[in-house]
Write a protein that binds this ligand. Structure first.
Ligand code: BT5
Length: 264
């Protein structure tokens, strides 16, 4: 059943984000719907929510498991005046906003580069940002957020199956009780606007700082897999564009735009 958008709107005091909310029972992917809307000129701050997704997407054609009735699947349209190079910062804006929202509920969530949120080292949420550019400038960015909210361990195992269930968690599993989905979505939209405004007002450094404060793997030994290559070293931070800085074992520094990180 679709999440009532008027109930979310009723709790919002934002200027732009969530001024228009499209809520669906089921879609293929909220990112796909939002991308289509943005291509047709939908304004900044437009939100697309679905109760379930039949083709929920992760990065690199991976799947995002999206059962109905209990989770969050939401995409937001942004039209920031930034270059395409800087666009990964939008993923960090969403990561900080979501971590803050989850922790206000009493959890102990942390960010993982580039697009994950973890609780007790397991993945509770993922973010998928997709951009349309004109020349070097961003035309729009769709930021998609998927988070497991009211799933029990049994449901995680039934819905996700062995391998994914092992690395996944939910807010309910972490807190030991269910959360109010509408309230959480409203809180998240408020946090997203707050951090987006910080980005526009103060630039990327404030977002980077906020993200680094919620990143516990700083200075850990890592293996980074990107474009079929593997880099080994110490992850020391993220640069102004949200790229991961790795001090390699041979002493050289590498900046990674996209990849998967394994702690070693
Ligand atoms: C992500 O990709 O983590 C980005 C996920 C973004 C999902 C949202 S939902 C709203 C919007 N609409 C969409 O279609 N997508 C966005 P990635 O880092 O590539 O991670 C994908 C991997 O996470 C999968 O290969 C699984 O291992 C794991 N996974 C899949 N579903 C999961 C779930 N529900 N909870 C935890 N882990 C999951």
């Amino acid at each position: 059943m679709k999440i009532p958008s008027d109930k979310i709107s009723g709790q919002l005091q934002t200027d732009t984000v969530g001024k228009t909310i499209f809520s669906f029972d089921e879609v293929g992917s909220t990112n796909e719907v939002a991308f289509e809307l943005a291509s047709k000129g939908a304004p900044e701050g437009t939100v697309v929510i679905a109760d379930s997704q039949s083709k929920g997407r992760g990065r690199l054609k991976r799947k995002w498991i999206s059962p109905p009735g209990e989770n969050l699947y939401m995409s937001v349209i942004f039209r920031p005046s930034i270059s395409s190079r800087e666009s990964p910062i939008m993923t960090l804006v969403a990561a900080v906003a979501l971590t803050e929202t989850l922790n206000k509920q009493g959890s102990d969530a942390e960010v993982k580069w580039p697009n994950d949120i973890l609780i007790n080292k397991r993945k509770i949420a993922g973010i998928l940002s997709q951009m349309q550019s004109t020349g070097e400038d961003v035309d729009f960015v769709v930021v998609g957020i998927g988070a497991n909210l009211n799933m029990t361990r049994e449901e995680i195992e039934n819905e996700m199956g062995g391998e994914v269930a092992e690395i996944a968690t939910s807010l309910q599993e972490a807190l030991g009780h269910e959360v109010d989905r509408v309230k959480l979505i409203a809180n998240l939209i408020e946090q997203i606007e707050l951090w987006y405004k910080k980005l526009l007002r103060d630039g990327t450094s404030v977002v980077i700082k906020g993200w680094m404060e919620r990143w516990r793997a700083v200075n850990s030994k890592v293996l980074v897999k990107c474009n079929g290559e593997t880099i080994q070293g110490i992850a020391t931070g993220v640069d102004e564009n949200g790229h991961l800085i790795v001090e390699k074992d041979d002493g050289r520094t590498e900046k990674v735009v996209a990849g998967d990180v394994i702690l070693i």
